[in-house]
Design a protein around this ligand. Structure first.
Ligand SMILES: [Zn+2]
Length: 323
């Protein structure tokens, strides 16, 4: 069987290497991922960075492009590897959330399946082939077409003090308003890339920040500087921009559902601190009559909210981080 390594040109020489990556799994046949490897003058750690699991989260894709110019080989120890757009099949129709080939969300498909559908196979290929030897894996997200997302990071915990402390350090490299720790129960089912990496006892950071498909400087900088701080943390570069915030740490990620089909008017914004009972949104019918009021089930911080007024019953309208 061919391996992904066999299709990859040599990237050991110091410099900036641009090429297309292929993987030997049936559902990925014919797809070619543009990638960049920046190889430093001195050998050292490898940092693997992806964006575009959700193709409308363009501030994070823009960050993956700018990162290619933010690291000079002469000043770099080790290797920075970047895939700016993972979900290539979603590009033509700007598909939200899922891969249109299998209707699965790559974001919740890790650690994947080599013989699975596209979403499952690319999840597997990223962790098993592309980033297997990476010292840290960074997955950048934030702000699909109908979302406004706080600057937050997700850190997977496994119950091992040293591993968990390192993953939390990596999450805090981003200047996040909120850091969400995921407890080890997440390791049992398909999940985010940071959880898939933790299943392998490998370090990862997962960053969210952006809104409604826009490239915005504040959100791009959040992602770029976060990756630079991780590179500094790993000893790959000498310096990075200072942080300005102390994040709130939360341990539970609550998905708040729309209780009825309706037109929702939101009363909160991302990163807002809310108390139990705070009104998050009200739902109306098309006569402007109130159908329901959605309140915070407990104290917490708003991780994100949907921006589009229309929401079907049972869809998620607010992400809430709770202690
Ligand atoms: Zn996303």
């Amino acid at each position: 069987m061919r391996t992904a390594e066999a299709t990859r040109p040599s990237v050991v020489e110091p410099g900036i290497h641009k090429y297309e990556l292929t993987f030997p799994y049936p559902s990925l046949a014919g797809w070619r991922w543009p990638v960049v490897d920046i190889v430093g003058q001195r050998p050292g750690p490898r940092l693997a960075v992806i964006a575009g699991v959700h193709v409308n989260e363009t501030s994070s894709i823009e960050a993956a492009i700018r990162l290619q110019r933010a690291f000079a080989p002469a000043a770099l120890t080790g290797r920075l590897s970047i895939i700016p757009i993972v979900n290539l099949p979603a590009v033509p129709l700007r598909t939200q959330y899922v891969c249109p080939l299998d209707d699965k969300n790559i974001n919740f498909s890790f650690s994947g399946q080599p013989d699975g559908t596209f979403a499952e196979a690319i999840a597997w290929a990223l962790l098993e082939d592309w980033a297997r030897d990476a010292d840290c894996f960074v997955d950048m997200h934030g702000g699909d077409l109908c979302e406004n997302v706080a600057h937050f990071t997700v850190a997977q915990m496994i119950g091992d003090a040293a591993f968990d402390a390192r993953n939390l350090d990596l999450a805090k490299c981003f200047d996040a308003q909120i850091v969400a720790r995921l407890d080890p129960s997440h390791l049992r089912q398909p999940a985010r890339s940071c959880t898939g990496r933790a299943q392998r006892r490998q370090a990862a950071a997962f960053a969210e920040g952006g809104r409604i498909g826009l490239i915005e400087e504040e959100n791009v900088a959040y992602h770029v500087e976060g990756v630079q701080r991780i590179a500094r943390y790993l000893g790959m570069i000498a310096d990075a921009a200072p942080k300005r915030r102390q994040p709130a740490i939360i341990d539970r990620y609550l998905w708040i559902e729309a209780p009825v089909d309706g037109l929702y008017r939101y009363a909160v914004e991302p990163a807002q601190k809310v108390a139990k009972g705070t009104v998050l949104a009200t739902a109306e019918n098309t006569y402007g009559e109130t159908l329901a009021t959605v309140t915070a089930p407990e104290d917490g911080h708003v991780l994100w909210r949907i921006t589009h007024a229309l929401a079907p019953k049972g869809s998620f309208i607010v992400g809430l981080g709770a202690s």
